[in-house]
Design a protein around this ligand. Structure first.
Ligand SMILES: *[C@@H]1O[C@H](CO)[C@@H](O)[C@H](O)[C@H]1NC(C)=O
Ligand SMILES: *[C@@H]1O[C@H](CO)[C@@H](O)[C@H](O)[C@H]1NC(C)=O
Ligand SMILES: *[C@@H]1O[C@H](CO)[C@@H](O)[C@H](O)[C@H]1NC(C)=O
Ligand SMILES: *[C@@H]1O[C@H](CO)[C@@H](O)[C@H](O)[C@H]1NC(C)=O
Ligand SMILES: *[C@@H]1O[C@H](CO)[C@@H](O)[C@H](O)[C@H]1NC(C)=O
Ligand SMILES: CC(=O)N[C@H]1CO[C@H](CO)[C@@H](O)[C@@H]1O
Length: 518
């Protein structure tokens, strides 16, 4: 009742807020700082497919704490400087990394939550993430068997002693939930999705601790029969998903290998040191993939927090017999504030420029200081945008969020490790809430197509604005600006070929500017 009353109250205040050409955000305020946008089976706000502006014009999309969500406006590119203090000059000749994409994870929990809605609302939700009417995610992380965001513990090969993996079987969660949803997501996407798999734990009988949780690693040594079986498990996974026409762009060597080195770790984990990961790839996983029909599948190491860089990469990638099977390095965001991006990400890039960096997991509400779901938190949208811009400005090629959808509690999660998600479902009302973090993702995912290349910027004076600039494959420019401060900032962007773009970054806002250089 309280929510309904607030909705009615707010709809007057926010009536002028345009969510782009396809309809307005149905704003609802739960009292956590800003609003969520309510969607149901028949209605959801959408920025729609975006067309390039006419020559001489630029498009600007803004979301902010005050309640705007991807609000579009047009401006004219001017011959003369506006004379405002802050000038952002685009330097397209300075070229950096190319973008792979943005996305989220189809966990068991995400699949259950999406399927808890009516079929119409499910479609609406999937369209929001994957279609040209939505935010055009390209990457989906798929947990291989159970993780904490499952309702039970299982792997695909739980028969003890099944070294030939004769009894390898996908779970009900895969066959009835994740796979049908991935197929529907693919059908809604204008491009082929890039799936990547991450395993949390090996079957208990392959492990030193005989359990999926806690401190434990594979029995024996790299090159031994447990390590070989665990590599074949990856091949079997690709084969089984292949039967449903789902092919994987990449696999990681396993989720958070350091978790499995911690005493009494509370959920599924498999411990590797950088040395054992290196040797397992060199002796087992690399050769198994290479000699299979999946030899094109990319291999991503680490899939763990970035303070481990560059050390982990040095150990694994300095060994040519492992490095020749590897393509990228996955980083999680959980301890980013203790690990400056230049000495972790950028130094790793300079040491190993042939290997891509990809952010493979992040979520809000994971910290005991600020746990669980906070409907409408703008602080969390800023945390996302801040981390994404920092990553992009330090050679990261894409950013993959954690659960695509969670319930009001931030689960289900069998160890009650509840967190937040850009989409929260409420099946009792058959609605879902698009959180500020959904729009934070949108400001990047909808605009930065694959192969967009980061370019240089110079800024005329000190500013706390956080900025990243890209040239897309069609030569159009995307500039993303985060203003975490409480005041509005006026600025101008100087494109030395076309002229000056006058702009203003409202207080507590995320801005995406788009223009054509032809
Ligand atoms: C869905 O949302 C729209 C817009 O808020 C509303 O007009 C419509 O009545 C809702 N439909 C249902 C079934 O609640
Ligand atoms: C642009 O600047 C030039 C030189 O200062 C001036 O002559 C001209 O009138 C200005 N044009 C506009 C449209 O303001
Ligand atoms: C496979 O599962 C069946 C039925 O549970 C069992 O009888 C058989 O021993 C298992 N095979 C292997 C190789 O573990
Ligand atoms: C897989 O794709 C092929 C060709 O596109 C199609 O013939 C087949 O029915 C699909 N199989 C499944 C299980 O979807
Ligand atoms: C780990 O769990 C065991 C058994 O519950 C307990 O005895 C031990 O104290 C725990 N160790 C740590 C470091 O928490
Ligand atoms: C973080 C940031 O850049 N904040 C800016 C937002 O706008 C105000 C007003 O111009 C600036 O003073 C802040 O530096």
């Amino acid at each position: 009742m309280r929510e309904t009353a607030l909705l009615i109250l707010l709809s007057g205040v926010i009536a002028s807020v345009r969510g782009g050409s396809q309809g307005d955000c149905q704003a609802l305020n739960f009292g956590y700082g800003s609003i969520v946008c309510v969607c149901n089976a028949t209605y959801c706000d959408s920025a729609g497919p975006i067309e390039l502006p006419d020559p001489g014009q630029f498009l600007s999309y803004v979301s902010d704490k005050a309640g705007r969500r991807l609000v579009q406006s047009k401006g004219n590119i001017q011959r003369n400087s506006t004379g405002t203090g802050l000038r952002i000059t685009l330097n397209p000749v300075q070229k950096y990394q190319r973008i792979k994409g943005f996305g989220g994870a189809m966990t068991d929990a995400a699949a259950m939550n999406i399927l808890s809605l009516s079929p119409g609302a499910q479609d609406q939700l999937l369209r929001q993430y994957f279609s040209p009417y939505g935010i055009e995610y390209r990457i989906v992380r798929v947990p291989m068997a159970s993780c904490d965001f499952s309702t039970r513990l299982y792997t695909y090969a739980d028969s003890p002693g099944d070294y030939s993996l004769q009894n390898f079987t996908l779970s009900e969660e895969d066959v009835r939930m994740k796979i049908p949803l991935l197929q529907r997501a693919q059908a809604l996407s204008a491009q082929s999705l890039y799936l990547f798999g991450s395993a949390w734990s090996a079957p208990a009988w392959l492990k030193t601790n005989g359990a999926l949780t806690g401190k434990g690693s594979l029995k024996g040594k790299p090159g031994g029969k447990e390590h070989k079986t665990w590599a074949q498990y990856y091949i079997r996974f690709l084969e089984e998903y292949g039967k449903y026409n789902l092919s994987f762009w990449a696999l990681t060597t396993g989720n958070e290998p350091t978790a499995g080195q911690m005493t009494n770790y509370s959920f599924q984990a498999l411990g590797f040191t950088p040395e054992t990961q290196r040797d397992w790839v060199a002796l087992d996983l690399g050769p198994a993939l290479h000699s299979s029909v999946f030899s094109e599948t990319r291999l991503i190491i680490l899939d763990d927090n970035r303070p481990l860089l560059p050390y982990w990469a040095k150990v694994v990638l300095s060994d040519i017999s492992a490095a020749r099977f590897i393509h990228g390095i996955g980083v999680h965001w959980y301890f980013d504030q203790f690990a400056p991006p230049d000495i972790t990400l950028t130094s790793t890039h300079h040491l190993f420029p042939e290997y891509f960096l990809l952010a493979t997991e992040a979520c809000s509400g994971w910290s005991p200081m600020d746990p669980g779901v906070r409907l409408g938190s703008w602080d969390r949208a800023e945390d996302y945008a801040h981390d994404i811009i920092q990553d992009l400005n330090n050679y990261v090629t894409g950013w993959v969020d954690w659960n695509l959808a969670l319930n009001r509690e931030g689960g289900p999660n069998w160890v009650r490790n509840f967190v937040d998600s850009p989409i929260i479902v409420d099946p009792s009302k058959d609605v879902f809430y698009k959180q500020p973090t959904f729009y934070a993702m949108a400001h990047f995912s909808k605009f930065l197509w694959e192969e967009s290349q980061r370019v240089g910027l110079s800024i005329s004076q000190n500013t706390r604005l956080e900025i990243s600039a890209f040239v897309r494959p069609d030569a159009s420019v995307v500039l993303i600006i985060l203003n975490r401060s409480k005041e509005e900032v006026e600025f101008e962007v100087w494109d030395q070929v076309l002229g000056f773009l006058p702009g203003r970054a409202p207080a507590r806002s995320i801005l995406t500017l788009l223009w054509n250089r032809h």
